[in-house]
Write a protein that binds this ligand. Sequence first.
Ligand code: PSU
Ligand code: MN
Length: 310
Amino acid sequence: MTNNSLLDIQPEVKAALDAGKAVVALESTIISHGMPYPQNVQMAKKVESIIRGAGAVPATVAIMNGKIKIGLTDQELETFASSRGVVKVSRRDFPGIIARKQLGATTVASTMFAAHLAGIKVFVTGGIGGVHRGYEETMDVSADLEELAQTDVVVICAGAKAILDLPRTMEYLETKGVPVIGYKTDVLPAFFSAKSDIQLVERAESPEEIAKIILAKDQLEMGGGLLVVNPIPTEYSLDHEFIDQVIEAAVRAAQEQGVTGKHITPFLLNEITKRTEGKSLAANLELVYNNALVGAQIASALAVELKQLR
Ligand code: PSU
Ligand code: MN
């Protein structure tokens, strides 16, 4: 673990890391830009309690007072959930937001970066960014993919949303050498729906099996991330055709309104929530809870493996 003076690690998280216990990092953009208030803060607290229930220590990451906070209090979660003017911080945004001491919420890319600085190996989120539809024109590829290419953190997600170009997203990950493991699935989950028609090449049946794969990757000193894709439980999975139509309409609205750059993903998430009258939000909450449980189990299994090596 680094002693970087820009890190502000909560004592409980620090103690767990020092003792080699399971720690799970969490992002804050999903709170500030991914869901409406107050569901966002309820989600954040429940995710932390699920992780604790599975025997790991949660560490939500955000930027505050010129430091990268690793682990937030309930009061701080409330601040990020309810304040206006919280900035969505991807990798490129760190220096400015820290220097100006603004409130910054971390994305998948920047949470991976921060988790790695702090020595945290496992990170749970809802969905990752990817190659956007219309990439041929816009060159819009989320920094999340590049971070997966270079930063050694395991990310548990429910696949990627069909707001993205899923085949191109998978091609990009292959090109960059990022292992993608389906948790009890042969196909890439599509976030709101448990299945897409994209075949995976790796499947695992248990957290222990995934921990062994992570360990092998460590021993190879490959660097870079590893992605675990965990399908939304089928009872909450939304109908493919229903949600695809909503997504199509949201993507068109973004184009018509000229939304670009970092604003696209939050815009689409908000449009989808509005257009499904909350159905998508309910699914989003359930898949995050499911990821929290599986992520904590993987972190715990990995802690056991690493202890045996010491
Ligand atoms: N997908 C979601 N919810 C989210 C995000 C993605 O279902 O909140 C957020 C994550 O923080 C992710 C970011 O890292 O959006 C990707 O943004 P962009 O496409 O601008 O890289
Ligand atoms: Mn983008």
